[in-house]
Write a protein that binds this ligand. Structure first.
Ligand code: FES
Length: 150
């Protein structure tokens, strides 16, 4: 009985993900770098064209992104894109990571259906905004605490 149910569920999953690559499915179902970094050196929350949001937090040491995490209230594809963009940025210099664009995320995921390409844009834009936030406070980190009290 339960094996029939398992088979039916597997079939539904297969149909749901039929248009996606193995990489997308893997990152959507086993997302890397999920969560928040307390006292992050840079962070951003961005709302995509579909209304979904993504957060990214990062820690930087010696101009290198040592730790990076994300969270999204978006679809499975946005989870895959957030997971991938954080994997791509981790260990890169801030400058290298700031060059990651939507197309790079799409390429790393092996492509996305047309309806979902904006999920990669949301991930790339959120990474970029988190890096900008880091750079804005890099030399005067006390200003971050000052802003929190506003
Ligand atoms: Fe909105 Fe994927 S991020 S549908």
């Amino acid at each position: 009985m339960s094996s029939e149910l398992d088979k039916a569920l597997e079939e539904i999953q297969r149909e749901l993900w039929a248009d996606y690559t193995e990489t997308v499915i893997d990152h959507a179902q086993n997302p890397r770098n999920v969560g928040r970094i307390p006292n992050a050196d840079g962070s951003a929350i961005v709302t995509g064209p579909c209304g979904d949001t993504m957060d990214i937090w990062l820690k930087v040491k010696d101009n290198t992104i040592k730790e990076i995490t994300f969270w999204t209230d978006g679809c499975g594809t946005s989870i895959a894109a957030g997971s991938m963009v954080t994997e791509m940025a981790k260990g890169k210099s801030v400058i290298q990571a700031s060059k990651i664009r939507q197309q790079d995320v799409l390429d790393a995921l092996g492509g996305l259906p047309e309806d979902s390409v904006h999920c990669a844009l949301l991930a790339a834009n959120t990474l970029n905004a988190a890096i900008k936030d880091y750079l804005a406070y890099k030399n005067e980190p006390w200003k971050r605490d000052y802003r929190k009290q506003e």
